[in-house]
Design a protein around this ligand. Sequence first.
Ligand code: PLP
Length: 460
Amino acid sequence: MDGETEPLTLAPDELRRLGYRVVDLIVDSREGLRDRPPVVTGQRDELEALLREPPPAAPGDVEAALELAAGVVLTHMQRGDHPRYFARVPGPSNPIGALGDALASGMNAIATSWAGGSGPTTLELVVLDWLAAMLGLPPTTEGVLVSGGSMSSLTAFATARAVRLGGHDPNAVVYCSDQTHSSLPRALRIIGFAPERIRILPTDGAFCLQPDTVAHAVEQDRAAGLRPFLLIATAGTTNTGAVDPLAAHADLAQAEDLWLHVDGAYGAPAALTERGRTKLHGMDRADSLAVDLHKWLFAPYEVGALLVREPGALAHAFTMEPEYLRDTIGDEPSLRDRSPQLTRTTRALKLWLTIKAFGTDAIADGIARGIGLAERAELQLRATPGWEIVSPAQLAVVTFAHERIDAAQLAARAVTDGYAAPSSTILHGRSALRLCTINPRTTDAEIDATIVRLTELATR
Ligand SMILES: Cc1ncc(COP(=O)(O)O)c(C=O)c1O
C-alpha cells in the first residue's frame, strides 16, 4: 500500500479529528438534554426528504454526514436518558458505558469463542458473576449477555425446554399472568408453543399473580392429561412495578416440578437496595432470571442478561460443534454455546467500565433514588385535587388518572407540550397515566414541575 491509502479507512489524523468530533457531538447532546423535549417525533415526508437518496457510489463528506446524523437522525427520537422521560421504561444510560461501546466497536471486539476472544470472554464471565452476586443469586449461577429482556426470556425458554422437556412437547403448558410483558408470550410462540398452551392467568387487585391461581390451573391441566412445565413470575411489571410473590411461586414451582422463570427485566436491579431486596425475596430461587442492563443498571442500549441456576443448562441447549469451528473448540467456555447468537460483541465492556467508574454503591444509590422519586410523585399527586392514584408507587412506577381527561389523551398532550413525557396504559380495564422514574438525574424539582404541568394540561 506504498504511497496510497488502504481501502475503506481514513488516514490516522483524519480519523482522530472525526473521532473527537463524535465525542463533542455526544457531550453537547448530553449537556443540552434538559433544554429539549424528551420525545421528538418527525414527519415521515420531511425525514425522507432529508435522508432518502440512492446509496452514493463515490466518497462523500463524512463531517457533513455526521452533522446530519447528529442533527436530524438522532434528534428525532425519544431520549430515554432525558431526566423528564418517564414513559414505559426509560433507559437512563451513562456516558462511561457509551465509551465502552465505542471502544468495543472500534476494536471490533468478539466474545464468541475462547480461542477467538479469551479477553472479552473472561470479562463477560466476570461481569456475569458480578451481576449474580449483586442480585443475590447463588454463586454457581451461569449466564450470558444478550440484546435485552426479550432475547433473555426467549433464551431462557429454549433452555428450560431443552433441559426439562428434552425437546418440543405439544402438551407442555406455560403459566404467566395478564401483567406478564408481551415479549414473553411472543418468545414462547416463536419457539413453537401454541397459544392454547400458554395460560395467561388473572392478577389480583394489586396486579400480582397469586400462586393459588397458578396451582388451580396446573391441577386442571394435569387432570386433562397435559404437562405443566414453566411458570413465569414478574419482578416488577412494566405497567405498575408490581412484584409477584416470588418465594411463594418458588415453593409452588418446586412442589409441581415447574421451571420458574422470573422476568426481572425491569425490576431485578432493585435487589441492590435494602427495600428492593425485601420486595424481591425469593428471586434467588428462580431457575432463570432475565434482567435488562439498559434499564435500571444504566447501560446504554442494547444489553440484557440471562442468569440460570443450573450450571451447564445453557450449554446443553445451545452448544454446536460444526467442523468449520473445530479449531476454536476447547476446554474453556465459549459464549456462543450459551445463546442463539454466534458472532457476538463484548456487551460486558460497557457494564464493566460503568461499575469500575462509579462503583456498585453509586448504582445502588441511583436505584434507591428512582424508587424515592416515584414516591415523591405519588405524594404530589395525592395533594393535588383532580388526581386519583390507580396504583401506588412501586419500584419507581406510579399510575394515576385525572377526573377531567382520559390518560391516553393527556399523555399525548404532554408529549406534544414537550416538558415531560409520561405514558399511558390500561389497568384491569381502566385507563391510567404512568410515570417510571428510574433516572437518578431527575431532580425533585422536575418531579414537582411535572405534576404541576400535567395538572395544567389536564384542566386546560
Ligand atoms: C418487565 C419487562 N419484561 C421484558 C421487557 C422487554 O425488554 P427489552 O425491551 O429489553 O427486550 C420489558 C421492556 O420494557 C419489561 O419492562
